[in-house]
Write a protein that binds this ligand. Structure first.
Ligand code: 13P
Length: 252
């Protein structure tokens, strides 16, 4: 699969049913003109079915889940399986978001298992990773990102990459208002492509789509998206405002 332009909105634990329906309907109408850009929203689990229904006839606007279980099914109270997600026309799942790694202590083994279950159930994955502030300050950010990529992706084949987008989200930029500069984003995205080239092949590195996430908003998206190796954004806070999300999509 070749590189695409993608804008994804991770709603995290925000909105109630009415707010979610309003936002999905507004986005469906206002983003119609951007058919060459792939749009994906990640509402909370409870609103996924509604979102998938509203967007079911869309050809460039998809619905994804913020997480899935590392188990197939069974006695795991409160968990949601990849099979359940597939059964409601959900197309994507986020795996490895820093909030899941930090607050829910998700390990590389769990991330691998989640991706395997996602693939078995026809879901595409946005695999998230990125360094924390201390790691950047001590100039370990390249090594950390390389490890995060290798530890998980070594379990998959080059063919599997057709079903994976990468999202570089430096943890120090998430929800802080401190965005990576376009230079920092470009430098890291070029490095990520190099690592993918080492694990798989030059072709794989050229073809994989790499999103930037972390305080990306309507003001800074154009500069970030103009970087050669940035294929789009994974947006948190700004994806909850229809106007801002639209402006970000229009930034390409
Ligand atoms: P913010 O855009 O709110 O910084 O969040 C980014 C993010 O975590 C997307 O997954």
């Amino acid at each position: 699969m070749s590189r695409k332009k993608i804008v994804a909105g991770n709603w995290k634990m925000n909105t109630n049913l009415n707010e979610a329906i309003d936002l999905i309907n507004i986005l469906k109408t206002t983003t119609k003109q951007f058919s060459s850009i792939e749009k994906i929203i990640f509402p909370p689990f409870t609103f996924l079915n509604t979102a998938a229904e509203v967007l079911k006839s869309e050809t460039s606007f998809f619905v994804g889940a913020q997480n899935c279980s590392e188990h197939a099914k069974g006695a795991f109270t409160g968990e949601i399986s990849a099979e359940m997600l597939n059964s409601i026309a959900c197309k994507f799942v986020l795996v490895g978001h820093s909030e899941r790694r930090t607050y829910f202590k998700e390990t590389n083994e769990q991330l691998v298992s989640k991706i395997q279950h996602a693939f078995k159930n026809n879901l595409h994955v946005i695999f998230c990773f990125g360094e924390v502030l201390e790691e950047r300050k001590s100039e370990k950010h390249f090594d950390i990102v390389k490890q995060q990529l290798e530890n998980v992706l070594k379990n998959f084949s080059e063919k599997d990459l057709d079903k994976i987008y990468l999202a570089y989200e430096p943890v120090w930029a998430i929800g802080t208002g401190e965005t990576a500069t376009p230079q920092q984003a470009q430098e890291m995205h070029a490095y990520i492509r190099k690592v993918i080239g080492q694990i798989f092949s030059t072709k794989a590195a050229e073809n994989i789509s790499i999103l930037y996430g972390g305080s990306c908003n309507a003001q800074n998206a154009a500069e970030l998206f103009s970087c050669a190796d940035v294929d789009g954004g994974l947006i948190g806070g700004a994806s909850l405002k229809a106007d801002d999300f639209c402006k970000i999509i229009a930034s390409f």
